[in-house]
Design a protein around this ligand. Structure first.
Ligand code: SAM
Length: 264
């Protein structure tokens, strides 16, 4: 019997219900900013529609954060056996269990560092990472990023597919994967369906700058403040550029998806 792969229409309604729950009672600006976490302006639906079929295989989503891509995977591939890995499930990631339960998606959550995944070799049929590579790089540099991708290669079975979605240019992904046992089988790019006004954009870049310094795990308060000022300056300058050129702010992207098959 063919395995079920749900279509976009049935997923859209699920996204809306989950988003309403996530932002309920918040002020309207925060509703818009945090609401983006569910679906990421259509990019999650776009990615799961294009990626290799997960079917009923064992699938790992690493750097799963609050689990919105896991929810999306569970909606698209209802027969998949899902595992989510994140370095912690506290702070902004704390609602992950409730989010997945409200999404109706079953998933095993593992708290671990993607640079040292607690799984045996070739355990998974497929692996994904949605907007996690950039956070690993912010916290642990390119060396950390390479370690996480090398772990993804180790725990994936031969013939299995790694799907990553991030902002990185394609040539950077090529460089990161070049010494690993992968063959790139797909690349695609997609813009976010999000057009934020100035008040939303201004609040968002403040929050994103906080998130950035949190990911850097800087404990010394002066250094934290210094880095935050620098990150915020960069984000504001991009925000002003977009507001001047197009009259709205798109907080991320374009998103680039790379699919790589494990060849040995
Ligand atoms: C922006 S979130 C990714 C979004 C998420 N995939 C989703 O669907 O909602 C990035 C996540 O990477 C996690 N992270 C950063 N470094 C990590 C590491 N070394 N190992 C595992 N997770 C890590 C962060 O805790 C954060 O939750």
């Amino acid at each position: 019997m063919p395995l079920l792969r749900r279509d976009d229409r049935s997923i859209l309604g699920r996204e809306e219900t989950l988003r309403s729950w996530l932002v309920k009672g918040r002020d309207p600006i925060i509703q818009e900013i945090d609401g983006l976490d569910i679906g990421w302006g259509g990019v999650q639906r776009w990615a799961t529609a294009r990626m290799a079929d997960v079917g009923d295989g064992l699938h790992l989503d690493f750097a799963c954060g609050v689990g919105s891509f896991l929810a999306q995977l569970g909606w698209r591939f209802p027969e998949a056996h899902l595992v989510g890995l994140n370095i912690d499930f506290s702070g902004p990631h704390e609602p992950v269990r409730e989010l997945l339960s409200r999404a109706g998606v079953k998933c095993l959550l593992v708290r671990a560092d993607a640079r040292r995944m607690p799984f045996p070799d070739r355990r998974f049929d497929s692996v994904s990472c949605f907007l996690g590579l950039q956070d690993i790089e912010i916290g642990f540099g390119e060396e950390g990023l390479r370690a996480a991708l090398s772990e993804a290669a180790r725990i994936l079975r031969q013939g299995g597919t790694l799907t990553v979605v991030d902002e990185f240019p394609f040539d950077k992904m090529d460089r990161l994967l070049e010494r690993l046992p992968f063959r790139t089988v797909g690349r695609a790019e997609q813009s976010l369906d999000a057009k934020w006004s100035r008040p939303v954009a201004e609040r968002a870049v403040e929050l994103y700058a906080d998130g950035w310094v949190d990911q850097m795990r800087i404990s010394e308060s002066h250094e934290r403040a210094r880095v935050r000022v620098e990150v915020l300056r960069r984000m504001r300058s991009e925000m002003e550029r977009q507001l001047a050129v197009q009259g709205y702010y798109v907080p991320f992207g374009p998103a680039r998806m790379v699919e790589a098959r494990k060849i040995r």
